[in-house]
Design a protein around this ligand. Sequence first.
Ligand SMILES: [Zn+2]
Length: 267
Amino acid sequence: MGGERLGAALTGGAAGLAALLDLVLPGRCALCTAPAAPLCARCRDEVADACFPGGARPVQPVPFPRGMPPCVALGGYAGPLGRLLSAYKDDGRRDLAPLLSALLALSVTRALGPLPGGAPVPGGAPVLLVPVPSSRAARRRRGDAPMLALARGAARACGPSDDDHAPAPAPIAGERVRVLDALRLRRRVADQAGLGAAARAANLEWAMATRATCRAAVVGAHIVVVDDVLTTGATLVECRRALTRSGAASVTAATIAATARHTPAGR
Ligand SMILES: [Zn+2]
């Protein structure tokens, strides 16, 4: 504990208070509570091991829902990836955002290439990242929109980087990827957790619409819908329906994790 830091903490107002708390309560690993935030080295290795060999790859839920866009995931939801997402979204570990954004960017980059059931995005064409919309109840409970934050981080990670050591995928040239919070829920929907595949599909059917302010940008756009986890695919079916109806040229999807009920796509 440096005396200088402590001195700054005691005289630095709000920022100083945060620094003081940092000295008293050092950041903890989000997975194992070792004194290393946001993740200790051992848990970082576990997260890397939980990703699919070879990295992000196309996945399909079983059963495959009609109308689902081609989707890429980075690893299975069971284990460290699922615990990371839960810590980020539900336990307030927003310090995981840069790491999760970098992971999502790996899926997004793969989703721009050729996918079973979908043509690659034409080289150089602009791409919109559209986060899955969260319900008003979820926004109220969490106080923010965690997927929107991850989408913004992923778009930054896909852009040119001046840091050779940044945990980002190969840069996609120029300002090619930007985020548009284009979708909204137009009616109340039940929490998808605990619903089976058929109930999820019924719960979300015609539940989404393109925001009026985003309609012009969606027409003719190549869109990658981003979400934290692929479960039955019902959410992505509805996202694609709403965006295609609004004139999107193509819709694919990128998630960080996929639940166990999926197979590698294209087999
Ligand atoms: Zn740890």
